[in-house]
Design a protein around this ligand. Structure first.
Ligand SMILES: CC(C)(COP(=O)(O)OP(=O)(O)OC[C@H]1O[C@@H](n2cnc3c(N)ncnc32)[C@H](O)[C@@H]1O)[C@@H](O)C(=O)NCCC(=O)NCCS
Ligand SMILES: Nc1ncnc2c1ncn2[C@@H]1O[C@H](COP(=O)(O)OP(=O)(O)OP(=O)(O)O)[C@@H](O)[C@H]1O
Length: 280
């Protein structure tokens, strides 16, 4: 089973691409890290309790306001009742996105709570798709490079726009509630588009593909078709997948080889960057 890591920067078009890959002719299963991260902090979960313990005492607006139409503690204690109020994602976002030591510390603390839970949920979903004999699975992970998960995937599809102003315009149009400063804080909390593109290009051509999303949706569809045509052509045939399914040792060996190739690409990129820095 091929693991395709789909990544990009904020509002560059990952969800648009994942919707294309989910639909025919690709019809691939998508594991969405943002969705898993949301599920991991639903009321009643371990993640929810951890966030309340860490941020609750210093973030007065951390929980959504009480709904006066629901009786206190009512609704059988299920999700969305006043028994346990949902986390206010916008308030938590204001707390962790942006520059400065305090924000960075808070962001790391939040990542430290949520990321292990997301990885666990991902592993569970991957196992499910592997057992079902799927030839490929898409891991939609905005922070693929930041959290070093690039070493685990066979192919990276990186959705990029060339101009920061296009990225900002699309972000503001999609999320009008975000102020310009909040939008900038969010973009600045991630690795830049250029660095992600450079890292993707440092992988072998068959393992790293940049999808430029500067034009219209038709152009993006063609970029996806081109990249997926290459991925299909470079993948082993269906017999290879079925052989791996029947051979746990073979599957473990193939997995270890993929991780080695991913690790080697990451190291190559880090060395290139070190050389560039010493040249400056
Ligand atoms: C801070 C939170 C509550 C804000 O929620 P909100 O609904 O406003 O945003 P949403 O979750 O839809 O994320 C939107 C985008 O923000 C970016 N983003 C989210 N978390 C982070 C982070 N910790 N660092 C950098 N960028 C991030 C990603 O590009 C993501 O696609 C939420 O993003 C969160 O819990 N983040 C921590 C978990 C995480 O890292 N998620 C990303 C995938 S694992
Ligand atoms: N080629 C395009 N032309 C015009 N608008 C586009 C194009 N591609 C995407 N968009 C729009 O830009 C916005 C951001 O796209 P999308 O939600 O796919 O990005 P994303 O990378 O998934 O964002 P996030 O990182 O916030 O999850 C959406 O409103 C989308 O409809």
């Amino acid at each position: 089973m091929i693991l395709i890591g789909l990544t990009g920067s904020l509002a560059t078009g990952k969800s648009t691409v994942s919707n294309l890959l989910r639909s025919p002719p690709y019809a691939l299963p998508i594991i969405d890290a943002d969705l898993l991260a949301h599920r991991a902090v639903q009321p009643g979960t371990y993640g929810y309790r951890q966030i309340l313990a860490k941020f609750g005492p210093t973030t007065p607006d951390l929980l959504q306001p009480l709904d006066p139409t629901v009786p206190l503690g009512g609704g059988g204690g299920g999700v969305g009742t006043n028994a346990e109020r949902h986390i206010d994602r916008a308030a938590l976002g204001r707390r962790v996105f942006g520059d400065g030591e305090a924000k960075r510390r808070d962001r790391n603390a939040l990542n430290g709570i949520v990321h292990p839970l997301v990885r666990l949920a991902m592993a569970r979903e991957l196992l499910y798709h592997f057992v079902r004999g799927r030839w490929a699975v898409v891991l939609d992970i905005p922070l693929l490079y930041e959290s070093a998960l690039d070493v685990l995937v066979s192919v990276v599809l990186m959705v990029a726009v060339s101009s920061p102003s296009v990225q900002m315009r699309r972000l503001r149009r999609r999320d009008p509630a975000l102020s310009a400063a909040e939008a900038q804080d969010r973009v600045g909390s991630q690795m830049g588009v250029e660095e992600k593109v450079a890292r993707t290009r440092a992988r072998d051509a068959c393992r790293g593909k940049v999808l430029l999303n500067d034009g219209g949706r038709g152009d993006l569809e063609r970029e996806v078709a081109r990249a997926m045509g290459e991925v299909r052509a470079e993948a082993g045939g269906p017999l290879w997948g079925w052989w791996l399914l029947g051979s746990p040792v073979g599957a473990a060996g193939a997995g270890a080889w993929e991780v080695y190739l991913g690790w080697r690409a990451r190291r190559r990129w880090e060395e290139e960057r070190r050389r560039e820095r010493t040249r400056l």
